[in-house]
Ligand binder design. Structure first.
Ligand SMILES: NC(=O)c1ccc[n+]([C@@H]2O[C@H](COP(=O)([O-])OP(=O)(O)OC[C@H]3O[C@@H](n4cnc5c(N)ncnc54)[C@H](OP(=O)(O)O)[C@@H]3O)[C@@H](O)[C@H]2O)c1
Length: 348
């Protein structure tokens, strides 16, 4: 795929008479942070019709989404599997993982395709999954882990696409090509910072404004589920330490790598450039280190780096918006792969 001007419609998305072929999509969890981003993107997507947006069902009163007025003005209705089955071809789940674990297999069984943003179906090893996502009994047949830049071939025909977590998306995009090229040695350290929206809309002691404003705190050290996910995908040991920073959105990861002895800066650059030459949403910035502000509200992941050739050390700096490339945008990118569209459709 050559990277040219933004594309909103491609020939794959039109029928023989030139009319747009509309796929019906629905969002469960539409009142959450990730779900609202999904509604915003899908309501304007040129190849799909958003037929339903659902809340938890804890309240039976339909409610509007004020932030999305004039983008999508229909009501948000309580979660209802029968309505999803009758109104959608593809369902996006932006739910707590226990709810996804329960609902996704039912939808797959009824013949729908599911794009799940939760962690419920990310871990393949049953014992590891029991530890990190105990509500998930099994992975339905046809489940794939869907990092679009790497897994497009398996995403295309998947029944259930388990979208990567926000932290793993950044870590894997930066590290996978270097690990595949055998340039990485020993343990990798991923030092990650995230804005508060990464924790969802319900405030807790840690995410409450008055706790977080003016402070930075580490959390989940050696106990964060994303550590297991990154290790599963990278197939190597990773030390992952996340921090909450007083931003509403955005992730920055500083990744420390011991390089194979003799690796040059040019080799690192060439490996990443080769991997992402055709990737619409990965921007390589090299020594011009990226910042969260460069990617906020976009589906881009920016990767910068510095190599200390004398001591075979590499520092990668990776940024993305946790609600877009780390969640809703990546899910829509996966939808585009499923539909055979240009990956940028509805995103650029
Ligand atoms: N936030 C991020 O940066 C991010 C990034 C990547 C992946 N994710 C994943 O995406 C999912 C959603 O995250 P979020 O941050 O958007 O969460 P959130 O802001 O807490 O929103 C949760 C959504 O799920 C609904 N819900 C809650 N409990 C439910 C239940 N038992 N059954 C059905 N619906 C229920 C809520 O509806 P009500 O409004 O009615 O409560 C709301 O729409 C999570 O699995 C999360 O791990 C989040």
């Amino acid at each position: 795929m050559a990277i040219a001007a933004p594309v909103h419609q491609t020939s794959d998305a039109v029928d023989a008479s030139g009319r747009a072929r509309r796929i019906r999509v629905a969002v469960a969890g539409a009142t959450g942070y990730a779900g609202q981003e999904l509604v915003r993107l899908l309501a304007r997507h040129p190849a799909v019709t958003l037929t339903a947006a659902m809340s938890s069902g804890a309240t039976s009163t339909p409610r509007p989404l004020p932030a999305l007025a004039r983008i999508w003005d229909k009501a948000v209705t309580p979660l209802d599997i029968e309505v999803l089955v009758s109104s959608a071809d593809i369902v996006f789940l932006a739910l707590p993982e226990a709810a996804s674990a329960e609902i996704a297999p039912k939808l797959v069984e009824r013949g729908l395709r599911v794009i799940d943003l939760s962690g419920a179906f990310r871990i393949r090893d049953a014992a590891d999954r029991l530890r990190w996502y105990p509500a998930t009994a099994a992975l339905p047949a046809g489940t794939v882990y869907g990092l679009p830049e790497r897994d497009a071939a398996s995403i295309k025909d998947a029944k259930l696409i388990s979208c990567p977590g926000c932290y793993p998306t950044a870590a894997l995009l930066a590290l996978q090509p270097l690990a595949d090229a055998a340039l990485v040695e020993g343990t990798v350290i991923v030092d990650a910072k995230s804005g508060i929206s990464g924790a969802g809309k319900a405030p807790t002691d840690r995410t409450h404004f008055s706790e977080n404003h003016g402070s930075v705190a580490a959390y989940g050290v050696f106990s964060h589920r994303h550590n297991a996910e990154i290790e599963q995908e990278l197939k190597r040991e990773v030390t992952f330490v996340p921090h909450l920073v007083p931003l509403d959105r955005g992730i920055l990861e500083t990744i420390y790598v011991s390089l194979r002895k003799g690796t040059t800066e040019a080799q690192v650059a060439r490996t990443l450039e080769d991997a992402y030459r055709d990737a619409a949403f990965v921007r390589l910035t090299g020594a011009a280190l990226p910042e969260i502000k460069h990617v906020a509200y976009t589906n881009f992941c920016d990767i910068g780096w510095k190599v200390d050739e004398g001591r075979s050390r590499l520092a990668l700096i990776v940024v993305l918006d946790n609600l877009v490339k780390g969640a809703a945008g990546q899910a829509v990118q996966n939808l585009n792969i499923v539909l055979g569209l240009d990956e940028r459709t509805g995103l650029l």
